[in-house]
Design a protein around this ligand. Structure first.
Ligand code: HPA
Length: 234
């Protein structure tokens, strides 16, 4: 048991999917895993363990934003010996070529968060994906003809920015989309020698101001989960 996760030792698999929304964790577990068992209800931040193609896999909600996600990642890695962590979430597009429902794999995650500014004074730290997980995910998508995009994403601290157009500065430097957790996940995985990846589905576009409907989100979300589960189990 850790402060925010009530699972007993051994109840969490060494490979975990990380959606932000705990109800999404429940949906993933019930839709994709065999014999899912709920191991956490503390703060209603649901976590489940089941099997996928015979391999034990857990799904843990993280909440929104780096501070919340870091609590769960820290406890999973340090108290439950989790080795592989894949965030599965939504993102807002910063580029007109990155369209609604596209899947983006984060090779690196820039950030407006202070977590690394306070560690690496007057220097930049580049939080990056684990190469093995990245290659497995990209290969699975290629073999199964699931189009993906890959590159730098922004992990923002604020969903509602003061200046809407501030995204253009990131867009001008090639950042594909914005979400709120990947830079924290990549940093903590590097710190504790775990492996991490973030796979994202575009739910809205800052360029065109379009948004996906709940139904559209579900079907594109399924492709992303398929990639993530095969990355952890193959
Ligand atoms: N901003 C931050 N996070 C997001 C967004 C966004 O526009 N869309 C989905 N996740």
């Amino acid at each position: 048991m850790s402060i925010h996760i009530e699972a007993k030792p051994g109840e969490i698999a060494d490979s975990v999917l990380l959606p932000g929304d705990p109800m999404r964790a429940k949906w993933i577990a019930e839709t994709f895993l065999e014999d899912p068992v709920c191991y956490n209800d503390v703060r209603a931040m649901l976590g489940f363990t089941g099997t996928f193609k015979g391999k034990r896999i857990s799904v843990q909600g993280t909440g929104m934003g780096i501070p919340s996600a870091l609590i769960y990642c820290h406890e999973l890695i340090n108290f439950y010996e989790v080795k592989n962590l894949i965030r599965v979430g939504t993102a807002g597009s910063y580029q007109k070529e990155v369209r609604l429902r596209d899947i983006v794999i984060a090779m690196a995650a820039s950030s407006t968060s202070g977590i690394n500014n306070s560690r690496f004074i007057n220097a930049d730290y580049s939080p990056t994906a684990n190469f093995d997980l990245f290659m497995k995910a990209a290969n699975y998508a290629q073999v199964h003809k699931i189009p993906i995009k890959a590159g730098n994403v922004l992990s923002a601290d604020e969903f509602y920015e003061d200046d809407y157009d501030s995204y253009k500065q990131w867009a001008n430097f090639g950042v594909l989309c914005v979400e709120m957790e990947a830079a924290g996940l990549y940093t903590i995985a590097a710190k504790y020698n775990a492996r991490a990846l973030a796979i994202l589905t575009i739910s809205d576009s800052l360029v065109t101001k379009e948004k996906t409907s709940a139904d559209e989100r579900e079907s594109s979300f399924s492709k992303m989960i398929e990639i993530a589960l095969h990355t952890l189990s193959d």
